[in-house]
Design a protein around this ligand. Sequence first.
Ligand SMILES: *Cc1c(COP(=O)(O)O)cnc(C)c1O
Length: 419
Amino acid sequence: MNCVSTRGAGPVSLSKALAEGLAPDGGLYVFPLEVQPPVSLGARLADTATSLLTPLFSGEPLDAAILSKLAFTFDAPLSPIDDDTFLLELFHGPTAAFKDFGARFLAEALSRLGLPPTTILVATSGDTGAAVAAAFHRRSGFRVVILYPDGRVSGRQAHQLGAFGDNVRTFKVNGSFDDCQRLVKQAFAKPELVSRHGLSSANSISLGRLLPQMTYYAHASLTMLQRTGEPVDVIVPTGNLGNALACLMAKRLGLPIGRVFCATNSNRVVPDFLERGTYEPRASLPTLANAMDVGAPSNLERLRWWFPELETMRSVVSSDWVDDETIRRTIATVFRATKMAICPHTACGVALRDRLRSKGYRAPLLIAATAHPAKFETIVEPLIGHALVPPPALAELLARPSRAQPLEPSLSALESALG
Ligand SMILES: *Cc1c(COP(=O)(O)O)cnc(C)c1O
């Protein structure tokens, strides 16, 4: 399958787009959504993924079945919180957030492309860095450099980010996630730097993360179709817009998905864009749902490429934002009603569901549950009055020593850090 850049470069093969991450003209790689793969629901996520991705990888030196089998060793189960709302649990991977799906698939793909020694440079708002580090940890030919905003991630996220060692180096940047993301973009804009270090990106700007993220929406929507006979509407807690975009791509590829609701925290660039039609990036605000603290969502460029008409976009995507107080209240209310703990990001999605229901919206809803609540125990535990047990993989990382070096938010500082 051929890909082009949102800014015009290409076409290039999908494998080349995966290897490069960001397109040479600074745009993001996209592919035509006119393909309609005949997707069938498999017993496991890996089976559905194989059926969705095989046509997209035809003619490529990568085997979608092998990649899916190696990457998706855990499922994304649906769990009901009432009669017609289902959480799509995306946190059963090694770092307990949905980023594991994309990172593991990308790592399997890149290790099979025969690349020269590669440095994966990744900016993270909290979860991506750990997922990418886990996926590339001790893989020969790869080194991982993580940039995270110091003081803006949870204690357990920070611990996890620094707990890998070996071929993973972790920097805590004196700035926000947007600063980290800007540094990565600046590094990629310097061809000399890119070739010296074999830089590649694993951020959600890489198609290699969006493709695998489509698969759990495919699996879940086909499962729901079996139950209800209808396309299902989906709420996606949204920051950089990668996960929501993956859901929209799955819809465009023909999966039974109805509307897509993007729930943001107080960083309301996406809802404002959909309302006003103008993109106004701004400085990100720290919130309880820190992995969504994004003031300049880079994937908006893809959204606008795939849905050039605002009216068409509005006919399938809606968005609304949720403040910290509502996040807290929602975590407490859901626990009281169901005895289930949810993370602050997932709470943004559930809060949007509450708003829709209060307006009389009756259709079944799927809410992406993006991280395990135990990653955010200092927020969640006081609200539910219970200690949360970290899943085994997370507990294992938390038991390791952790180390991160400070970094100033400038390209020259990053250049010397890269060595
Ligand atoms: C990354 C992340 C998000 C936001 O996803 P995007 O693809 O950036 O929109 C939401 N919740 C959690 C837990 C995350 O780690």
